[in-house]
Design a protein around this ligand. Structure first.
Ligand code: THU
Length: 148
């Protein structure tokens, strides 16, 4: 893991500590790096109706959007694991769900960069770094509806 990726993974781990996940007891953190080096993070946000849960990647990218910086997205790190005794545990790398892949693709289309997705773990050095084009091939995007 390069120092740059490790920094992003650590930011995702820090964000995951704030996960509101009393139903699944699975905490997720995501950290987005922008073109100027700024890191913006998010964690999953569950609620009692279950289906309206917000994933960590979605929260992080919505925050980036609120800062007007969706076009500056370059890479994102994701970590997650079961919450046990107040800590998030797990050594397997976590890959984004389908909905989050679509949202990452939106940032990739706007930024005109094949955003790198670093799928890491809550603990340890597991890492699977893939461009969003590999995680969501043949994606439906803005160009399909004549935008951009
Ligand atoms: N989750 C994420 O935050 N990101 C993903 O890409 C997959 C799933 C969250 C949603 C839910 O709070 C918990 O993980 C278990 O599914």
């Amino acid at each position: 893991m390069t120092p740059e990726i490790r920094q992003l993974v650590e930011a995702a781990r820090e964000a995951a500590k704030q996960a509101h996940a009393p139903y699944s007891t699975y905490g997720v953190g995501a950290a987005v790096r922008l073109s100027d080096g700024q890191i913006i993070s998010g964690c999953n946000f569950e609620n009692a109706s279950y289906g309206m849960t917000l994933c960590a990647e979605t929260v992080a990218l919505a925050t980036v959007n609120s800062a007007g910086k969706l076009r500056d997205v370059r890479e994102i790190a994701i970590v997650g694991g079961l919450i046990k005794e107040g800590a998030i545990q797990g050594i397997e790398s976590v890959h984004p769900c389908g909905r989050c892949r679509q949202i990452i693709n939106e940032a990739a289309q706007l930024s005109k960069h094949d955003v790198m997705v670093h799928c890491a773990a809550a603990e340890g050095d597991a890492l699977n770094s893939l461009p969003i084009s590999a995680l969501l091939p043949h994606a439906f995007g803005p160009a399909d509806i004549g935008v951009g």
